[in-house]
Design a protein around this ligand. Structure first.
Ligand SMILES: C[S@@+](CC[C@H](N)C(=O)[O-])C[C@H]1O[C@@H](n2cnc3c(N)ncnc32)[C@H](O)[C@@H]1O
Length: 401
C-alpha cells in the first residue's frame, strides 16, 4: 500500500471494554451502574459497539479507573492510544514512532518498564514476535524523542501494551489491568469445568439478580464461581483480591484520579447465597475461595445431591442471612455430559426442573451446552440466548418459575 504515512495512522484517546461475545448490553449496563455510584458527577455517553464483545467510549480517566477496579463482566479494559493501517513492519514502525511521539507522554514516563503482547494478528504480513518487537521498539523510540528512557520488562512491566489487528487496522492500547480481568485472585484450586468468572458475572446480570431482595441458590455450584461472583457483585467489591491490583493504580496518569480507594461501592448490601454440590471436595474449595474473596459471611456452602434439596431446606440454610427475603434466583452451570452418560444427564436435568418448580415465584437461570436440557428441564424459558462457554457453544436460559 502506498498510502502516505500521515493518512495511515491516527492518535486515539478511547476507552475499550472487551468481553465475551454477546455481552455488549450487559457490559454497558454494568459500567453505567458502577459509574453512577462511584462518580456522581460523571456522565457516561452511549458506547460505540464493535462486534459482539467490545464497547468503545471517549477516554475519561475516572471511568477507566472505575472499570479496571470494579467491572466484572469484561475481561480487558484498554486505553486505545494509536492505530495504523500499515501492512508491513517498516511502515508499522515508522507510523507508531510518529503517532507515539504525539502521545507517549500521556502514558509513559522516564524509567517506566513496558511489555507488549499481540492479539489476532495472524493476517499481518509478519509473525507475532516480530510485531511485538516492532511495537516495543517504536514505543521506546517515541519515548526517547521526549528524553524518556523506557525499558522492556516482560516479567514485571509498569505498562502493558496490546497490539490488535482488526479489519486491517493495527491498534495499540494500554492494557489498564495488566492481565485478564477474570483472574481475580480468589481461585487457587482448580475444580472440574469451572465457569470463567466474567461469564458468571454476565449470567448474574442477564438474570437481573437483585441481592437486596433476592436469595441466591446454586444447587450444582462446583468451585462456587457463581456464588462468589454474586456475593461480590452485591456490594460491588473491587474485582481484585489483594495483593493483586490493576497496573493503572501505579501509573502517573491515574494518580489523584477518583475514586481514591477501592472500597466496595455498595458496602451496605450483603448477599444471602447458598452454594451446594454433590462432590464433597467442592465444599472446602468454595469455602476457601469465598474467604479469599472476602465474602465468606454471605455464603452458606454445603454438600448435597440437588435431589435432596427442597424449599424447607433452603429456608433452613438461609435463615441466618435471609432478612426478609423469601424468594430469589436459582442459578447454575450444570454438567454438560463430560462425566455422565446421556440417560443420567437427562435424568439430572429433569430433577433440576422438579427442584426449581418447588419454588414458585422464583427465577432460574442456567448456562448449558447440551441440546437435551430444554426438553428435560421442561417449561418455556423467558430468555434463551447463545452464550459461549469458552470453546463450547452454549445457551443462557432464564425461567420464571
Ligand atoms: C460444570 S460443574 C459446575 C462448575 C461451577 N460453576 C464452577 O464454576 O466451578 C457442574 C457441577 O455439578 C455437580 N453435580 C453433578 N450432579 C449433581 C447432583 N446430582 N447434585 C448436585 N451437584 C451435582 C458436579 O459435582 C459439578 O461440580
Amino acid at each position: 500500500m502506498n498510502q502516505p504515512a500521515a493518512e495511515r495512522y491516527r492518535v486515539l484517546d478511547e476507552l475499550r471494554l472487551i468481553g465475551a461475545g454477546g455481552t455488549n448490553k450487559v457490559m454497558a449496563g454494568e459500567l453505567s451502574r458502577l459509574v453512577r455510584r462511584a462518580l456522581s458527577d460523571a456522565r457516561l455517553p452511549e458506547p460505540r459497539k464493535e462486534g459482539q464483545g467490545a464497547l468503545v467510549y471517549p477516554f475519561e480517566p475516572r471511568v477507566a479507573k472505575v472499570a479496571a477496579l470494579y467491572h466484572r463482566t469484561c475481561v480487558r479494559v484498554l486505553w486505545d492510544v494509536m492505530e495504523t493501517r500499515a501492512v508491513r513492519l517498516e511502515p508499522l514502525f515508522a507510523d507508531l514512532v510518529q503517532a507515539g511521539a504525539a502521545c507517549v507522554q500521556r502514558f509513559l514516563w522516564n524509567g517506566a518498564r513496558l511489555s507488549v503482547y499481540a492479539h489476532g494478528v495472524q493476517d499481518f504480513a509478519a509473525g507475532e514476535r516480530q510485531i511485538v518487537g516492532t511495537v516495543k521498539n517504536a514505543l521506546i523510540e517515541a519515548a526517547g524523542q521526549h528524553g524518556m528512557t523506557v525499558t522492556l520488562d516482560p516479567e514485571n512491566p509498569d505498562v502493558l501494551f496490546c497490539a490488535r489487528l482488526s479489519e486491517g487496522v493495527m491498534r495499540v492500547s494500554v492494557d489498564l489491568a495488566g492481565r485478564p480481568m477474570n483472574q481475580r485472585g480468589y481461585r487457587h484450586e482448580r475444580a472440574e469445568a469451572p465457569l470463567r468468572e466474567d461469564l458468571a458475572a454476565v449470567m448474574l446480570m442477564l438474570a437481573r439478580y437483585d441481592a437486596r431482595s433476592e436469595l441466591l441458590v446454586d444447587p450444582m455450584a462446583g468451585s462456587g464461581t457463581l456464588a462468589i461472583e454474586a456475593a461480590c457483585m452485591a456490594s460491588a467489591r473491587s474485582l481484585w483480591v489483594p495483593p493483586r491490583k490493576p497496573l493503572l493504580l501505579d501509573m502517573p496518569a491515574f494518580a489523584g484520579v477518583a475514586p481514591d480507594s477501592s472500597e466496595p461501592l455498595f458496602a451496605d448490601t450483603q448477599a444471602c447465597v447458598i452454594a451446594s454440590d454433590i462432590d464433597p471436595e467442592m465444599r472446602a474449595i468454595t469455602q476457601r475461595a469465598a474467604e479469599r474473596a472476602g465474602v465468606a459471611s454471605s455464603l452458606r456452602v454445603i454438600t448435597s445431591d440437588l435431589r435432596a434439596l427442597d424449599p424447607a431446606r433452603i429456608v433452613e440454610l438461609s435463615a441466618a442471612c435471609a432478612g426478609g427475603r423469601t424468594k430469589g434466583l436459582i442459578i447454575s452451570n450444570p454438567p454438560y455430559g463430560e462425566r455422565l452418560d446421556d440417560a443420567d444427564l437427562d435424568e439430572l436435568y429433569r430433577s433440576l426442573g422438579r427442584f426449581c418448580r418447588q419454588l414458585p415465584g422464583w427465577r432460574a437461570a442456567f448456562l448449558v451446552a447440551n441440546r437435551s436440557f430444554e426438553a428435560c428441564f421442561g417449561g418455556r424459558p423467558r430468555i434463551k440466548k447463545p452464550l459461549s462457554n469458552g470453546p463450547l457453544p452454549a445457551y443462557f436460559y432464564l425461567y420464571d418459575l
